[in-house]
Design a protein around this ligand. Structure first.
Ligand SMILES: Nc1ncnc2c1ncn2[C@@H]1O[C@H](COP(=O)(O)OP(=O)(O)OP(=O)(O)O)[C@@H](O)[C@H]1O
Ligand SMILES: [Mg+2]
Length: 264
């Protein structure tokens, strides 16, 4: 598989605080990679570097072989904190990033994406008239409408309640089957990662490194209760140091990681 995004031995310190300690991975064209890791380990920092908003102290990021020195027009970020403009309607928010002069075309495209995330009928509503979940969907539609080649998502669903979180996972999968994107998802939710991703990277505590990598082969829609995915969840939790019984039975985390790290 061609590397759409190549992250080469990234290191980053903030003053004396080492945050990213040599992170190396690639995302294939059209691949969905999820990153999980403990709170404060450096996930958002890593995402900002990959998306071109922060510069690494060492190493580099390449998109289609080209070095990233600033945010690339090929990628778009859906962040932990919202970025919808409160003074624009849903339709105007979606039209915001579109270029071209034909207002009618832009409006039609905006409405198409609003419908895609289940916001038909709310095109002329303002953000304060929407629920939290609807706002998140505006956010996602706004990212998709510009047809980015790469979607960077930092905890996109973490502010949502459990039910809306589940709905949004499915909306996202549906959109991805309609339109292929390369995706990097940061999440603290192991099940979300297992439900969505082709590959899951587990980060260590700060200064962060990749501690293990898991491939998820199951076709969509996935059943999280299936024995294979339950086992995968346990293996990832062991890596995160959550499942203490398991980790003491299976030896030190880094030894166990070695056998699990895959080639790609
Ligand atoms: N701009 C900055 N200046 C100084 N320190 C920073 C900066 N950004 C992040 N940090 C520090 O880097 C560390 C990692 O932060 P980061 O936001 O990347 O973690 P995270 O894994 O995304 O956390 P969370 O799971 O809580 O979202 C933290 O100790 C944080 O204080
Ligand atoms: Mg974060």
């Amino acid at each position: 598989m061609d590397a759409k995004v190549a992250v080469n031995n990234i290191r980053k310190k903030f003053k004396e605080l080492p945050v990213v300690d040599g992170v190396d991975f690639q995302i294939g064209d059209g691949e969905f990679v999820a990153i999980v890791g403990p709170s404060g380990c450096g996930k958002s920092t890593l995402m900002k570097i990959v998306a071109g908003f922060e510069q690494p102290d060492a190493g580099d990021v390449r998109i289609d072989g080209e070095r990233v020195t600033r945010p690339s027009p090929k990628g778009i970020v859906i962040s932990q904190h919202g970025s919808v403009f409160p003074w624009l309607t849903v339709q105007q928010n979606l039209m915001f990033g579109l270029t071209g002069d034909n207002h009618g075309d832009k409006a039609a495209l905006a409405d198409h994406y609003a419908a895609m995330v289940g916001l038909k009928g709310f095109e002329n509503a303002y953000p304060h008239q929407l629920s939290g979940g609807m706002l998140k969907r505006v956010e996602i539609a706004r990212a998709l409408v510009v047809k980015p080649e790469i979607l960077y998502m930092d905890e996109p669903f973490s502010a949502l309640d459990a039910l809306m979180n589940l709905k949004m996972r499915n909306e996202l999968l549906r959109v991805l089957t309609e339109e292929r994107h390369t995706v990097l998802l940061i999440t603290h939710d192991v099940e979300e990662a297992i439900y969505l991703a082709d590959r899951i990277l587990v980060l260590s505590p700060r200064p962060t490194r990749i501690q293990a990598s898991f491939r998820v082969e199951q076709p969509h829609p996935r059943k999280l209760s299936s024995p294979v995915l339950q086992q995968l969840k346990e293996d990832i939790l062991v890596q995160l140091g959550v499942n203490n019984d398991e980790s003491s039975r299976q030896g030190p985390i880094d030894q166990r990681a070695e056998g699990l790290v895959d080639a790609g």
